[in-house]
Design a protein around this ligand. Structure first.
Ligand SMILES: Nc1nc2c(ncn2[C@@H]2O[C@H](COP(=O)(O)OP(=O)(O)OP(=O)(O)O)[C@@H](O)[C@H]2O)c(=O)[nH]1
Ligand SMILES: [Mg+2]
Length: 308
């Protein structure tokens, strides 16, 4: 890509924050033009921050997708919230993403209060307007209430209806961010798209496929750890991944009758991993029960879900 070396080049970090399930990861994938973050209809899909880099001839924008902010319970929840709020400290701009079809909840008020206290520019992204979007005014009213002024009076603040499904206002968003970001050179090599270690990306792909077939309480009890990844038998890469669940009954659900579920998940994940690493893959999945792993600091660290 031709890069303008002049003073008109803008670069910076943009953190995408909001409640679970509002479409943060979908937005990141849309902008980056590649799937770098997993997406599912189940809240709390994202568990760690994911950086995706947008490049064009006049800017480089590093987007940070974050775990959905929610009322914290166990150590994993606390890590997720800390990780999300932590990114706002380094950000040059924040996208506060909301689902315009969901009423404002108590978590949202907490989020707005935290964001409103920061010195950085904020874009309020009213997402999923391809649906009814009947609660748009509630989010605007909340910002006005917290700031104590009319929405048009809030400095460095822009409201933008979005649909990460249809791509509505995607270019407009980039234009707004360009204006908010400081002048400066690219922060990453210009071909960078994502900065997550490959083993974590692979573990997340497997978790995404599991989320696709699981119901009710199982999703939050799932974790995936890639334990081994090495070439074997010529060109094939052998990957062994452990799936953790919290209860014996969940182990049976994940494995399925005659191993059907695990087989289905394994084959969907393998295809995607093969595309990602451009290599033939042998994927070995196994399931273990580990009570309260969500509160186990050592395990969380192994999964990359802990910051000491
Ligand atoms: N109709 C509609 N659905 C959307 C849109 N954006 C995302 N979704 C759906 O919303 C669900 C959640 O999307 P994610 O991108 O995983 O949401 P998230 O905010 O990253 O969620 P967490 O990682 O759990 O915090 C998925 O089923 C998406 O397909 C949109 O603009 N319109
Ligand atoms: Mg997400």
């Amino acid at each position: 890509m031709e890069e303008k070396q002049d003073k008109d080049f803008h670069s910076g970090m943009v953190s995408i924050v909001g409640r679970p399930n509002v479409g943060k990861s979908t937005l990141l994938n849309l902008i980056v033009g590649e799937k770098v973050a997993i997406v599912s209809p189940i809240p709390q899909t994202t568990r760690n921050r994911v950086r995706g880099v947008y490049n064009d001839e006049r800017s480089q924008i590093v987007f940070i997708d974050t775990p959905g902010l929610h009322m914290s319970k166990d150590k994993l929840d606390q890590f997720m919230n800390r990780s999300a709020y932590g990114t706002t400290r380094d950000a040059d701009c924040i996208i506060h993403l909301v689902d315009a079809n969901d009423p404002v909840g108590p978590e949202e008020e907490k989020i707005v209060k935290k964001l409103a206290a920061l010195k950085v520019a904020v874009v309020l992204g009213l997402n999923k307007v391809d649906l009814k979007g009947e609660f748009i005014h509630e989010y605007i009213a909340l910002w006005e209430r917290v700031k104590g002024v009319a929405i048009t009076e809030i400095e460095n603040f822009t409201i933008l209806p979005l649909s990460t499904k249809t791509g509505l206002h995607q270019d407009k968003l980039i234009g707004i961010l360009f204006d908010y970001l400081p002048q400066g050179p690219a922060l990453y090599p210009r071909d960078t798209v994502c900065d997550i270690p490959q083993k974590m990306v692979i573990a997340d792909i497997i978790r995404e496929k599991l989320l696709g077939v699981m119901r009710q309480e199982v999703p939050h009890s799932l974790a995936v750890i890639v334990e081994e990844m090495e070439p074997r038998q010529g060109k094939t890469i052998f990957i062994r991944a452990l799936i953790l669940v919290e209860r014996a009954s969940q182990k049976n659900i994940v494995i399925g009758k005659d191993g059907q579920i695990l087989k289905k998940v394994g084959s969907m994940a393998r295809i995607e991993i093969e595309n990602l690493i451009e290599n033939k893959v042998f994927l070995d999945l196994y399931v273990k029960m580990k009570k309260k792993w969500r509160d186990d600091q050592a395990l969380l660290m192994e999964m990359g879900y802990a910051d000491l």
